[in-house]
Design a binder for this molecule. Sequence first.
Ligand code: ATP
Ligand code: MG
Ligand code: MG
Ligand code: MG
Length: 476
Amino acid sequence: MRTTAELREGFLSFFEARGHLRFPSWSLIPPPEDPSTLFVSAGMQPLKPYFSGAKQPPAPRFTTVQKCLRAGGKDTDLDQVGQTARHASMFEMLGNFSFGDYFKDGAIDLAWEFVTGEMGLDPDRLWATVFAGDPVLDLGEDDVAVRGWLRKGLPRDRIVPFPRSDNFWGPAGETGPCGPCSELHLDRGERYGCGRDTCGPNCEHCDRFIEFWNLVFMEYDLAADGSLTPLPKQNIDTGMGLERGAMLLQEVDSIFDTDGFRLIMDWIEHESGVGYGTSPEATKAHRVLSDHGRGITFLIAEGITPANEGRGYVLRRLIRRSVVQARRIGLPAVYPLPAIVVEQVGPWYPEVVEHASSIERIVRAEEERFRETLDRGMKEFEALGGAGDISADDAFRLAATYGFPVELTVELAAERGRQVDVEGYRIAMARHREISRGSGEKGAVQRAADFARCAGFTTAFVGYAKTDVLTQIGAL
Ligand code: ATP
Ligand code: MG
Ligand code: MG
Ligand code: MG
C-alpha cells in the first residue's frame, strides 16, 4: 500500500472484510436537520442520528470516506493552509464506525492492526495521545485507552495525556454526541523537529509529530448547559485524514507532496513558471492554490455559487484568495485549475467530472470580476504616492471602498519598503462594523459599506472572523 488510491481502497476494504458496511461519501452540505455547521467537517457528521439514537442504523458497523471542508465557521483551518505540512481546508476523511457494537478495545485493536500491518508504519515511531480527564466534566484519565495501547506494545512514555481541548471530541455545533478521544501520531524524526525539549505530539512549533488518526469514544450527549449524559449506546467514531495517511506512507514532507496532489502541483508550477519550494512565498502559494482549487471544484459540483453570505461566501473567499496567490507567483488565471482537479480526483468523485464545464464558467466569471477590483485598488494604491508608512485611513479606504484586501496593501507596501498601520486599520474596520451593525445612522463609513456591498464586496461581513488578516477585513 503506497498511493492515495491504494490507501483509500485498502482502508475501506480492510474494514469491510471485518464486518463494516461500506458507503461512498455523503454530500459536503450537512442534512437540513443539522444546522450546526456550514459544511461537513468530519466523517461522523452525516451519521449523527445513529450516534444519538434518533435513528436505527442499517448495520452496527460502517466504513466511509467522507469529503470534508474546514473553511468558514468555527471549524475553519484556512489560517493553517500553506503554513503547516498537514492542513488542507478540503480533505477526505476515512472512518470506521461502531453503533453500540465494539468499543475502545475493539477500535484500538483494529487501528493498530491497520496502521502497523496494512500501512506498515514503524511501531517504534508511533505515539498515542489519550484524554487526561477534566474536573468540570467530572471525568478522570482514560485508563482504558492507556491499557489498550499498552496491550499493543506501546511503551507508557509514548502514551501521552492531553486535556479536554485536544482529546475530548465535542461536536462543532456545541451540543450532541461526544466523548474522549485517543489519537495516533507518527514521529517523523528530528529533521522535521523544532529541537525544543517540549517537542512531542501536538507541538505548536513544528510538524515533526503528525497526528493522522483520531479514535473517538462516543458515549455522551453534550447539552447546551455543558452537562454530559450517557448516550443509549457506547459508539466508535474514527477519522483518518487520507492525505495525511498518504504523506506518511510516501514519506514526503507534506500532504501537498503526495501523489494525490501531483497533477495539480505540477500544473501550477508549469503555468506559473515558479517552482514549488523556491521561496517560502512560492511554497505557500502553491499549497493554497492546490487546496483551494480542490475546495472550489467540490463546492461548485455541489451546486454552490459565489455569494455574499453563507456557503456561497466561503466559495467566493476561496476563489479570491486563490486569485491573490496566483498573482504572487504570476499564474495568469485560476479558472483553468478546476479542470486539473477534475483530472486528479475525478476517478473517485464522478460529480466533479459531471459538472466540470460549469465549474470553469463560474470560477471564470468570479475571477474576472475580482480582478477588476484588484486593478482598481492597484490604481488607488499607486495614487497614494509618496513615501513613508501607509496610514490606517488609507488602508481602510482601499478595503472599504474598493474591496482591496489589506493583505495586498501590506504586500505592495513591503515591496516598496513601506509599512502599513495594520493595527490602526483593524481598529477602523472594527469601528466600521459596529456602525454598520448599529442604529440607522448613515455616516461616511456606512455609505462606503453600502457602496462596497452594491459592488459585491461584503465589507461588513463578520460571520467567519477569526485571526488572519484576510478574514478580519471580511473582503477575502
Ligand atoms: P490537527 O490537530 O492536526 O489540526 P485535528 O485534531 O483538528 O487535526 P480531527 O478533528 O481529530 O483533526 O480530525 C481527524 C483527522 O482528520 C485528523 O487526525 C487528520 O488526519 C485529519 N484532518 C483534520 N484536519 C485536517 C486538515 N485540515 N487537513 C487534512 N487532514 C485533516
Ligand atoms: Mg485541527
Ligand atoms: Mg489535533
Ligand atoms: Mg484530532
